[in-house]
Design a protein around this ligand. Structure first.
Ligand code: NAD
Ligand code: UFG
Length: 337
């Protein structure tokens, strides 16, 4: 298939492009490079030994998207493009609604105009809010506490309604848990701008000496050691989930929703211990107060993805920390190293 990948230069997008190319698909990337660089795409081409088409454009630019779909006869779209910083979204909510919601709306209109009827959308476990129990199944109530999460909920709803109105449309909503890790080559990985918001890039920057210590946000949750528990999933497993989704559900009209997680939760201190082993040094940390909006624990029931997509996460916690460390130690300043 020829697949248009929005946000394909970013963290999850770049790993997914590798898996798409490895499965014999052609890739056309649309990215405005607001949180990425062209370097990730040249590394993907180097790893794959294959070329991709790149269109430097914003998904809100209808004319540019129209031209992209006219130039490339694509069969399906995987839509990663979006802003993802929860804290920033509370400061600039309109920026998030404009980029994530309006952008998705323009994309779906242009897809419709060009009769492209398969869409895979990057949703998030954040749509479950603070779940009453774990593990989380796809039918749990949906709620969220910040504009970023709300932008995901609105796009999910937009997809469900558009599917009802268009009998030919197939939309796959993939709710990611906590993506970590990097390609085994150590040449592509997560490259956050500024101070990382997420746990794993913060730990790797402490280990490489860019930051003094990790602040652990609270040790009084009702969890194994009091620190927050999450379902960390290797980005390569996540990427493979997209290939399965597009191959199994292309042309299958309807709105299909899946958790992409491992089903296993790890605490912050368990992640620190696993990472210390991988980099063979202590990762200094200090326990501080809880972060506003955080929840105690969150992990997936991934059974539905296994039964329908024939997909399950295969990589271990050791793979996640070893691959994150290889990427960070080879590229201490990310793609600008
Ligand atoms: P990322 O920032 O690395 O990648 C997003 C890409 O989209 C970047 O290359 C950016 O330049 C591009 N982009 C952003 N807005 C754009 C626009 N208007 N037009 C064109 N390109 C645009 O982020 P990621 O971690 O790879 O996340 C990909 C998707 O997965 C996002 O939608 C994110 O919300 C979602 N998600 C991520 C996580 C996570 O923890 N990383 C968890 C759940 C869901
Ligand atoms: N944590 C720390 N110190 C840090 C960063 C994080 O102790 O410096 C803790 C958090 O309190 C939490 C755990 O590490 O217990 C994971 O935190 P992250 O920020 O890495 O991830 P979250 O689960 O809070 O949120 C992430 C993304 C969201 C997404 C969600 C579900 O940031 O966008 O996963 O996919 F919605």
């Amino acid at each position: 298939m020829k697949i248009l990948v929005t946000g394909g230069a970013g963290y999850i997008g770049s790993h997914t492009c590798i898996e798409l190319l490895a499965s014999g698909h052609e890739v056309v990337i649309v990215d405005n490079l607001s949180n990425s660089s062209e370097e990730s795409m040249s590394r993907v081409e180097k790893i794959s030994g294959k070329k991709m088409a790149f269109i430097h454009a914003d998904i809100r630019d209808e004319a540019a998207l129209d031209a992209a779909f006219s130039q490339h006869k694509v069969d399906a779209v995987i839509h990663f493009a979006g802003l993802k910083a929860v804290g920033e979204s509370t400061e600039f909510p309109l920026k998030y609604y404009d980029n994530n919601v309006s952008g998705s709306c323009v994309l779906m209109q242009v897809m419709d105009k060009h009769n492209v009827n398969t869409l895979v959308f990057s949703s998030s476990a954040t749509v479950y809010g603070d779940p009453a129990t774990v593990p989380i199944t796809e039918d749990f109530p949906l709620t969220t506490t910040n504009p970023y999460g709300q932008s995901k909920l609105v796009v999910e709803q937009m997809c469900r309604e558009t599917v009802i109105a268009n009998d030919n449309l197939s939309v796959v909503l993939l709710r990611y848990f906590n993506p970590v890790g990097a390609h085994i080559s150590g040449t592509i990985g997560e490259d956050p701008k500024g101070i990382p918001n997420n746990l794993m890039p913060f730990i790797t920057q402490v280990a490489v000496g860019k930051r003094e210590f990790l602040s652990v946000f609270g040790d009084d949750y009702d969890t194994v050691d009091g620190t927050g528990v999450r379902d960390y999933i290797h980005v390569v497993d996540l990427a493979k989930g997209h290939v399965q989704a597009i191959e199994k559900l292309h042309g299958q009209a309807g709105c299909h929703t899946f958790n992409l997680g491992t089903g296993q939760g790890y605490s912050v201190l368990e992640m620190v211990a696993a990472f210390s082993k991988a980099c063979n040094k202590e990762v200094p940390y200090k326990i501080i107060e809880r972060r506003a909006g955080d929840i105690g624990q969150c992990y997936a029931d991934p059974a539905y993805a296994k039964s329908v997509l024939d997909w399950q996460a295969e990589k271990t916690l050791d793979d996640m920390v070893n691959d994150s460390w290889r990427w960070q130690s080879n590229n201490p300043d990310g793609y600008s190293s």
